[in-house]
Design a protein around this ligand. Structure first.
Ligand code: NAD
Length: 250
């Protein structure tokens, strides 16, 4: 029960890494606000938590929108009385280089992946009146380059460095801010990417050249790293970029 009596927000909680983390947070004692633009997915994640005896409430929201971010935080404080943990995880990818991406698509990736972190933090931090922990989802591609994903690489590098700046600004308020940086993780996002790249999933997942461990990670393996950063086990860790990628970056 590493998050006993804590209140947590998970964005992108309908699917993949966010869903696995929302379920794990609840199992560890947290009341969870599951926020996602996918209303049905957020509702089903919250239902799954409640059905197994946990506490959760879904919120349909676009994390690139300021009013929606305010509403996510208000849902946490109105429903559960407080806020301790924020997992900024919602994200999108567009596979295109500088010649292939439109200005509108560039702006969309930046709004969903980067502006959302700023917006969620500016509403959540004032609600963390007794300190707290923020975990932002970066990516291996925020720490090294990646082919044919210019906007995504830029956005995730921004998330990694925003995390450091936020950590410095809010350390004295007892708020720790870290990024978790997954390598390829078996979620709907990665499967869609593999489909778009016309690669067979098994070949994609097992490509040992990019993955020393010879497999993609599971959402639960990322969730356990997020739980660590969100919990008191990481009480002296802030501003760090934790890589969870089976040795890919190495
Ligand atoms: P996913 O597509 O399964 O889940 C992402 C969730 O974010 C979805 O439920 C989606 O509806 C939600 N979302 C998208 N736009 C939103 C918006 N504007 N407002 C609210 N919710 C929105 O993908 P995932 O693989 O679980 O990705 C989670 C995070 O992990 C992302 O930030 C992604 O960039 C990052 N990541 C994933 C991988 C991977 O290999 N899967 C690797 C590195 C980083």
């Amino acid at each position: 029960m590493k998050l006993k009596d804590k209140v947590a927000i998970v964005t992108g909680g309908a699917s993949g890494i966010g869903r696995a983390t929302a379920i794990l947070f609840a199992r560890e004692g947290a009341a969870v606000v599951v926020a996602d633009i996918d209303a049905a997915g957020a509702a089903s994640a919250a239902e799954e938590i409640v059905a197994s005896g946990g506490r959760a409430v879904p919120v349909t929201a676009d994390v690139s929108d300021d009013d929606d971010c305010a509403r996510i935080v208000a849902t946490a404080t109105d429903t559960f009385g407080h806020l301790h943990v924020l997992f900024n995880n919602a994200g999108i990818i567009r596979r295109a280089d500088a010649l292939g991406i439109t200005v509108a698509e560039w702006d969309l990736v930046m709004a969903v992946n980067v502006r959302s972190v700023f917006l969620m933090c500016r509403h959540a931090i004032p609600a963390m009146t007794s300190g707290g922990a923020i975990v932002n989802t970066g990516s291996g591609w925020g720490l090294k380059g990646g082919g044919n994903a210019l906007s995504y690489c830029a956005s995730k590098a921004a998330v990694v460095n925003m995390t450091r700046a936020l950590a410095i600004d809010h350390a004295k308020a007892g708020i720790r801010v870290n990024s978790v940086n997954p390598g390829d993780t078996d979620t709907p996002m990665l499967r869609e990417e593999a489909r778009q790249l016309s690669e067979k999933w098994t070949a994609f997942a097992a490509d040992a050249a990019d993955r020393p461990m010879g497999r993609a990670g599971s959402p639960d393996e990322i969730a356990r790293a997020v739980l660590f950063l969100a919990s008191e086990d990481a009480s002296y860790i802030t501003g760090s970029a934790l890589v969870v990628d089976g040795g890919g970056l190495a």
